[in-house]
Design a protein around this ligand. Structure first.
Ligand code: NAD
Ligand code: SER
Length: 320
């Protein structure tokens, strides 16, 4: 019989999501039971207070060594190359996102690991409906990142069906957070805008003012991962690639909400190559399947998120 989850490895722990997910998991399972798996950037600050280990997902041995050394039973696999960075280096995106996931799944097969692996709204493409995208829809992305996420969803499903591996995951929208800057995505403007506002600098936004994308605040992103990992497996008909919705707004609406708190905040819109990516993604997501199968419901909306982000960044950057 499977033992209770108690020894967790977070791969990609120093990234945008990992850097907040890891401390959260440490509160649940105890600091010494959650290992921060890092690659290029070593853990610092609170993240450095618990155990950490170097893991390169492209090197299966390094995953297996960490699993054996720390007697791991659950992996949160957060390592990836995101959409904009992936367009600059598609070969690396395939290697890290697909071969890396394959290595994690093989380790899961060998060592009976449970895995959380996030997909993305990048699985959708220009042929996908723009509004209220259903769970089952056209998955024809035009970015390498999207291609790797569709491949990843299929690979996970194969391992679930063939080997009975317990892999679970959601399709995250753009994640907004204050701890660590995002690592090269198309939705990065929604975080960068806050930093500019706090420092009273003009923000040059790389998408048009009317660009609407689905977004989610970090506490909801963490909540989704934990809820899904704790859900009753017998109720999960998809296991991976669950649509989850947080909020949707245009770049202009976000700037206007920030401006309510920082009246001198100014944004100039100068779309670059990321506009083309944003234009292929949907604007709103139907997450009724996640709501029905594991009780998903977001807590944050645009107004509450903006207020909280500004408070957190004021403390972090301006120290008050
Ligand atoms: P991030 O870019 O901030 O962090 C990714 C981490 O992966 C980094 O710490 C990096 O060092 C690490 N990494 C890169 N190559 C590696 C390798 N070869 N071996 C081990 N680690 C390696 O990404 P994130 O925003 O924290 O995203 C985490 C997961 O969530 C990814 O799967 C991403 O696709 C998914 N996701 C994120 C968002 C978002 O808006 N942040 C949205 C949708 C999905
Ligand atoms: N935020 C991510 C990106 O823009 C979506 O997966 O790449």
């Amino acid at each position: 019989m499977r033992k209770e989850s108690r020894r967790v490895l977070v791969i990609g722990a120093t990234g945008q999501i990992g850097s907040e997910l890891t401390p959260y998991l440490r509160k649940i399972y105890g600091s010494s039971n959650v290992i921060a798996g890092y690659h290029k950037r070593k853990p610092s600050g609170t993240l450095a207070k618990g155990p950490s280990v170097y893991v390169d997902v492209c090197d299966r041995r390094s995953i297996e060594e960490a699993v054996k050394k720390y007697d791991i039973d659950t992996v949160y696999h957060m390592a990836a190359i995101l959409s904009a960075a992936g367009e600059k280096n598609p070969q690396l995106a395939w290697k890290v996102n697909v071969e890396g996931l394959y290595n994690v799944l093989e380790a899961a097969r060998e060592y009976d690991l449970r895995v959380f692996w996030p997909s993305s709204i990048a699985v959708f493409g220009p042929k996908t409906p723009k509004y209220n995208v259903p769970q089952d829809t056209i998955l024809c992305p035009t970015t390498m990142y999207g291609v790797t996420k569709v491949t990843g969803e299929l690979l996970c499903k194969y391992y679930i069906d063939k080997y009975g591996i317990d892999v679970r995951g959601v399709r995250y929208p753009g994640i907004i957070s204050s701890e660590t800057l995002p690592g090269g995505g198309t939705t990065d403007y929604a975080v960068e805008m806050f930093y500019a506002a706090i420092e009273h600098k003009k923000y040059v936004c790389f998408v048009r003012e009317d660009t609407v994308l689905p977004m989610m605040y970090m506490p909801d992103a963490i909540k989704a991962a934990i809820m899904l990992m704790n859900a009753d497996r017998s109720k999960l008909t998809y296991m991976v690639g669950y649509n989850v919705s947080g909020m949707s707004f245009s770049a202009g609406e976000l700037a206007a909400e920030i401006k309510k708190h920082v009246p001198d905040f100014e944004v100039e819109y100068k779309p670059d190559f990321r506009q083309k990516i944003a234009d292929t993604w949907p604007k709103t997501i139907d997450d009724s399947v996640a709501r029905k199968e594991w009780g998903w419901k977001p807590d944050w909306d645009l107004k509450s998120m903006v207020k909280d982000m500004l408070e957190k960044l004021k403390k972090k950057i301006l120290h008050y």
